[in-house]
Design a protein around this ligand. Structure first.
Ligand code: NAD
Length: 557
């Protein structure tokens, strides 16, 4: 935005706004409107001749972009095309995200973003966000100051070590924070200029990637131990100095670092880990909705997770928080949650268990087989988060249907090939009785004349609203209580007509309104717990709605 307009004859309002003019204005994605600049704006802002003469409306631009997009041969090309639009015209990009979430979200986030990260070195066009590497040690605050915006509200950071179910993708992982922050704006109206994607490049242990000539990151093995912790710590402290109001969302860190860093920073700075806490809230919301169908109480459930990592233990921890909030003693609450990992049922007698599994390592005989675990524990709900495809077999679903009139079955692993079962299998093998949610998108299923519409238990229902609530209240910390409030707010947004068709989440078309409700619930906790830097507005929900970024053009003259 360097050169501002000062030329005589330009409208006073434009001068007051200190807009750049001419080609500089068109090159600023936060201000650019492309062919939608009006005749008056073109005249006033030095744009005549730089654009074709016909003025389009934003609606016409949306249709033109969509038609072109739909003609592209594959999802990666669509990702690249949408990225290019994001780089040149943010309002138009976010209008399309907000108006066509079912079509666009899978292209800018999961599953396409996984492929984009794998090909990042090849499709890289223009940098977005900050790359902070091990070589920046000692001056990370100065690197943060290079970011052109001062009022950063949300930072999504990854070190690229556990990208989705794809493993270590090093600096190529930048696609994840970029995609997540697009959802913050598209799904919750956090203004794009308040979002900062960060890739913390600590090296990569992915040899093929590191040795590839197009690799964009540091060509070194990953930092470990004290050197790694020092890099993360300098980054976190530098954010406190340069962007003191910013929330830091940790994303796609490997299992051990994810738990360690969350415990280290959650009580010191405004931070959360979406893989652990966001997943937990979306799953708990799903359980609350499912209970409206099955008729039970949360305390009456026995939950068996297939997997015992970030997602599984995050879910169990939040279920325990919900149960203790309802008055159940913590030990009893923990007893409702069970884990099953690659070595079988997680039980107290097993040696060498990782710390995050210990609260759920109950006294029980060893069970190596999942069907046997279902038979032994008689769970009311099974939740798949092990990233191993096909583990909810016909025998598992059959057993669940025998034990429960309405078994709760969540197959949350991503991407689609890793799903524990398909929607069709869940309904068919349970005789149409499963209350089902999935991590990957599945089409509606018709069984014996009944139509089921499975919806995705996707974190994007939760984290945008949590972030918006934090920004709106100026939250100084993100607590478990906030995720509990977020889960309950999400469950309340599920209508009877959703439940009637087997959907335990609201339609994505309502995501901005859903996010506003979640934000209000999160902000309310911040105000009540005196964790908010801002005063509580009288009409909180209305205030939050009014703050949400609208991807519409404003007039410059
Ligand atoms: P993680 O690496 O922390 O945990 C994976 C767990 O699975 C580990 O405990 C591991 O021991 C266990 N496991 C591995 N092989 C197994 C096997 N054969 N049988 C049983 N358990 C086995 O990963 P995570 O962050 O917990 O994510 C797990 C999966 O959940 C991924 O597919 C991820 O995409 C998905 N997920 C989905 C959502 C969503 O919104 N739907 C959110 C978060 C995670």
């Amino acid at each position: 935005m360097a050169k501002t307009i000062a030329r005589r004859g330009l409208k006073a309002r434009a001068v007051r706004n200190r807009l750049p003019t001419g080609i500089e204005l068109m090159r600023d994605p936060l201000l650019n409107k492309g062919t939608a600049f009006s005749v008056a704006e073109r005249r006033a802002l030095g744009l005549q001749g730089l654009l074709p003469p016909r003025v389009s409306s934003q609606d016409e631009q949306v249709q033109r972009i969509l038609e072109h997009l739909r003609g592209l041969p594959n999802d990666l090309e669509k990702y690249v095309d949408l990225n290019a639009l994001h780089d040149r015209n943010e309002a138009l990009f976010f209008r399309i995200v907000a108006d066509y979430p079912d079509e666009i979200m899978p292209l800018i986030y999961t599953p396409t973003v996984g492929l984009a990260c794998q090909r990042f070195g090849h499709i890289f066009q223009r940098p977005r966000g900050l790359f902070i590497s091990a070589k920046d040690r000692g001056h990370i605050a100065a690197v943060l100051r290079n970011w052109p915006q001062r009022d950063v509200g949300i930072i999504v950071v990854t070190d690229g070590e556990r990208i989705l179910g794809l493993g270590d993708l090093g600096a190529n992982g930048m696609g994840i924070p970029v995609g997540k922050l697009s959802l913050y704006t598209g799904c919750a109206g956090v203004a794009p200029e308040r979002c900062l994607p960060v890739l913390l490049d600590a090296g990569t242990d992915n040899d093929a990637l590191r040795n590839h000539p197009f690799y964009i990151g540091l060509k070194r093995k990953r930092l470990r131990g004290g050197a790694y912790d020092a890099l993360v710590d300098e980054f976190v402290m530098a954010v406190q100095e340069v962007f003191p109001a910013a929330l830091i969302q940790f994303e796609d860190f490997a299992n051990t670092n994810a738990f360690r860093l969350l415990h280290k920073y959650r009580d010191r700075v405004c931070t959360f880990n979406d893989d652990i806490q966001g997943t937990a809230a979306v799953a708990l919301a799903g359980i609350y909705s499912a209970l409206r169908i099955t008729g039970g109480s949360l305390a009456g459930q026995r939950i068996l997770c297939m997997g015992a990592g970030e997602a599984a233990t995050g879910i169990c921890d939040l279920v325990v928080s919900a149960l203790t909030d309802e008055g159940l003693p913590e030990t009893e609450a923990r007893g409702r949650c069970w884990l099953f990992d690659s070595r079988g049922l997680v039980v107290a007698s097993r040696a060498g268990l990782a710390e995050h599994k210990l609260p759920y390592a109950h006294r029980h005989a060893q069970v190596a087989d999942f069907v046997a675990a279902v038979e032994a524990l008689q769970p009311t709900a099974i939740i798949g988060v092990a990233a191993v495809g096909g583990t909810f077999t016909q025998a598992v679903l059959g057993a669940m249907a025998r034990i429960n009139p309405r078994p709760i079955v969540f197959a949350l692993s991503n991407p689609t090939a890793q799903a524990e079962c398909t929607a069709e299998q869940a309904y068919r093998w349970s005789g149409g009785r499963a209350v089902f949610a999935c991590g990957s998108p599945f089409d509606p299923v018709t069984l014996e004349g009944r139509r089921f519409v499975p919806r995705q238990g996707n974190n994007s229902y939760i984290f945008p609203g949590v972030g918006l609530g934090a920004v709106a209240s100026g939250a100084r910390r993100i607590t478990n209580e906030m995720f509990l409030a977020a889960a309950r707010a999400l469950a309340q947004q599920v209508a009877k007509k959703d439940l009637d068709q087997g959907s335990i989440y609201p339609p994505l078309a309502r995501i901005r309104e859903v996010s506003a409700h979640i934000a209000a619930a999160v902000a309310e906790v911040a105000f009540e717990r005196k964790l908010a830097a801002k005063p509580r507005p009288r009409r909180l929900l209305a205030h939050i709605r009014a703050q949400m970024y609208q991807p519409r053009y404003r007039s410059y003259v």
